[in-house]
Every structure is written in structure tokens, then in C-alpha cells.
Design a protein around this ligand. Structure first.
Ligand SMILES: [Ca+2]
Ligand SMILES: [Ca+2]
Length: 91
């Protein structure tokens, strides 16, 4: 399913760009917190399965995705850790 993989990559590229509000190439905690709004803006009409969370839960998610703990989520970290979470089972 290389084609499907390709489409997912393109999708995640767009999500990453949408989430990176200040365009510095990485996602900080604030940007992650607003990722749902970013996705909704970038993909109007898309029902995103990201539920409402508390700051604490976002912080846990952020620490989980920020695998080198430098306070920023790079595209690599985003794809490796958030892609499966966003796209579900077969990601
Ligand atoms: Ca950013
Ligand atoms: Ca990082």
C-alpha cells in the first residue's frame, strides 16, 4: 500500500504546516495545544478525532511526542509519534 502511505505522508505534511503557526519548522507546546483548530482551519469539514483535553494531558502528549525533550516537536518526531495517533490503527 505504498500509495496509501504516500497520501498519509502528504496529509501529515499539511497537518504539520497548519500546526506550525509561526512557521519555524517545529511545533512548540502552544502550537500543539491549538492543533485541533489548526487542522480544522486547514481541512474545513474534516471531523478530527482529537478529543478535548486538559493542559496536563496536552503536556503529557507533548512530552511523549517530543522524544528528545528539547521543547520542540520536529517533523520527524511528529511523523513518528503523532501520525499513528491521528490516523489510527493502520498508520
Ligand atoms: Ca512553530
Ligand atoms: Ca524534540
Amino acid at each position: 500500500m505504498a500509495e496509501e502511505e504516500q497520501m498519509k505522508r502528504q496529509f501529515i505534511d499539511k497537518v504539520f504546516q497548519a500546526a506550525d503557526a509561526n512557521g519555524d519548522g517545529s511545533i512548540d507546546f502552544d502550537e500543539l495545544r491549538h492543533i485541533q483548530e489548526s487542522i480544522n482551519d486547514a481541512f474545513p469539514g474534516l471531523n478530527e478525532p482529537i478529543e478535548q483535553r486538559t493542559d496536563e494531558e496536552w503536556r503529557e502528549d507533548f512530552d511523549f511526542v517530543d522524544t528528545d525533550h528539547n521543547g520542540r516537536i520536529t517533523k520527524e518526531e511528529f511523523v513518528d509519534n503523532l501520525l499513528p495517533a491521528i490516523l489510527g490503527d493502520d498508520a
